[in-house]
Ligand binder design. Structure first.
Ligand code: FAD
Ligand code: UDP
Length: 389
């Protein structure tokens, strides 16, 4: 093996580290991934019948307020001017999200201005003191009041977490944005947009360096193939972005995750729902939301089919063995196990654990990229310039 560094996982974290090490430090980097494509969960492909870019592992919207990350990512892709907006269907009626003056007025059949709406929500929320809320339901009611909670949060959250909101910790909803204007922009970040040529083209640009070699269909934990943990760790520094519990053979027990099932369908109409994401607030349907990917790229309309569209229904459930791990569940037991894995990781001096799976943290793309840049600066530069061990 002719590599100075092995990166396990070709998601944003792994490829960002690989790109920096190849370009800045001139290292030969070998990236391995157990999937048959690069890109981790941000991977996308163009659906052949409709010509529409589909995000295979769920819709990915790029947004950041981190200037360093924004400067960095713009080296590898340009961004469209897409601004994310979400709607929610509740009892056969469509409302804008996040909860804003439009949602409040439509829901209460009113024409309140900001002050009146604020007073109304404060009065409804007065039922429970925020500081006394002991679970997600109480916390949400203390922030937005019972009627809005029961309409837009209660059943959606129960579907998404497969858990009664009274059994979920209050911290899950630490903040429920309510806007007292008609602004229904979903994210508050300074920068937002979608990669002009798609996520896969962006990820391929990251890997496109003469000193980076990518080897797919290679599971680092599979000892029957040569590029494995037992034979590589200790010989060459390793950046590992797979699940931390799997790395240690689950000796402390498996960390729990939620997974998603996606049901993709091509429909014989140009436009199914008129917007990119429609949430389903009630429990009449088992899915949480439907994505219609053509709406993420209105600027590509000429390339899209004019009589077909592709949609994806999203269902949420607890992951079982073999399922894709998507969101950390983070129970008290998980947190205790994670501490034990962190101790083991400290002893594993030849390996740096990073990314969403390696740290058991939900990271947005900009956070994964920012964390990779910090690892490069704080650990890899000193290590390879022999400044520090
Ligand atoms: P990943 O992308 O998960 O990459 C890890 C890679 O490691 C995978 O390719 C995997 O195959 C590989 N791997 C694992 N184990 C092994 C092994 N043993 N051997 C070899 N390879 C291995 N972020 C946003 O900013 N905006 C969004 O709208 C957004 N939406 C999301 C929606 C969903 C459903 C999900 C799950 C995530 C979303 N994210 C979003 C988060 C985004 O996906 C992550 O920030 C990003 O994927 C993190 O990159 P990563 O490199 O840490 O991990
Ligand atoms: N949520 C909700 N109703 C909605 C949208 C979100 O109750 O229509 C709650 C739900 O508990 C969810 C959390 O807000 O887990 C975060 O939702 P968001 O869509 O921002 O997160 P994502 O699932 O996209 O990561």
């Amino acid at each position: 093996m002719n590599a100075d560094l092995v990166v396990v996982g070709s998601g944003f974290y792994g490829l960002t580290v690989a790109q920096r090490c190849a370009e800045e430090l001139g290292l030969e980097v070998l990236v391995v991934d157990r999937r048959s494509h690069i890109g981790g969960n941000a991977y996308s492909e163009f659906e052949p019948e409709t010509g529409v870019e589909v995000h295979r592992y769920g819709a990915h919207l790029f947004h950041t307020s981190n200037e360093r990350v924004w400067q960095h990512v713009n080296r590898f892709t340009s961004f469209t001017s897409y601004v994310h907006k979400v709607y929610s269907t509740y009892k056969g009626e469509v409302y804008p999200l996040p909860i804003n003056l439009g949602t409040i007025n439509q829901f209460f059949r009113a024409a309140h201005g900001p002050d009146a709406a604020r007073a109304l929500v404060a009065e409804l929320a007065g039922e429970i003191e925020t500081s006394e809320a002991s679970n997600l339901e109480e916390k949400a009611i203390s922030l937005i009041g019972r009627p809005l909670y029961e309409a837009f949060i209660k059943d959606y959250t129960a579907k998404q977490w497969q858990t009664d909101p009274r059994d979920l910790p209050a911290e899950v909803i630490s903040r429920l944005p309510v806007r007292y204007t008609y602004d229904n922009r979903y994210f508050n970040d300074t920068h937002e947009g979608l990669p002009t040529k798609g996520y896969t083209a962006w990820l391929e640009n990251l890997a496109d360096h003469p000193k980076i070699t990518v080897q797919l269909d290679t599971d680092f934990l599979d000892l029957s193939q040569p590029l494995n943990k037992r034979d590589v760790v200790g010989q060459v520094p390793v950046i590992y972005t797979g699940p931390v519990d799997e790395y240690f053979d689950n000796v402390e027990g498996a960390l729990s995750w939620r997974t998603l099932d996606f049901e993709q369908e091509v429909l014989p109409t140009r436009d199914f729902q008129g917007c990119p994401v429609m949430n389903y607030a009630g429990d009449e349907v088992p899915y949480t939301r439907i994505h219609e990917f053509r709406h993420f790229h209105p600027e590509r309309e000429a390339q899209h089919s004019q009589d077909k569209t592709v949609i994806m229904r999203e269902f949420s459930r607890f992951a079982e063995k073999g399922d894709e791990p998507y969101y950390p569940v983070n129970t008290a037991e998980d947190r205790a196990r994670l501490l034990a894995y962190r101790d083991l990781a400290k002893g594993e001096t030849g390996t740096i654990f990073g990314g969403r799976l390696g740290t058991y943290k939900y990271l947005d793309m900009h956070m994964a990229i920012g964390a990779a840049l910090s690892t490069f600066d704080n650990k890899l530069v000193p290590h390879f310039s022999k400044g520090e061990p």
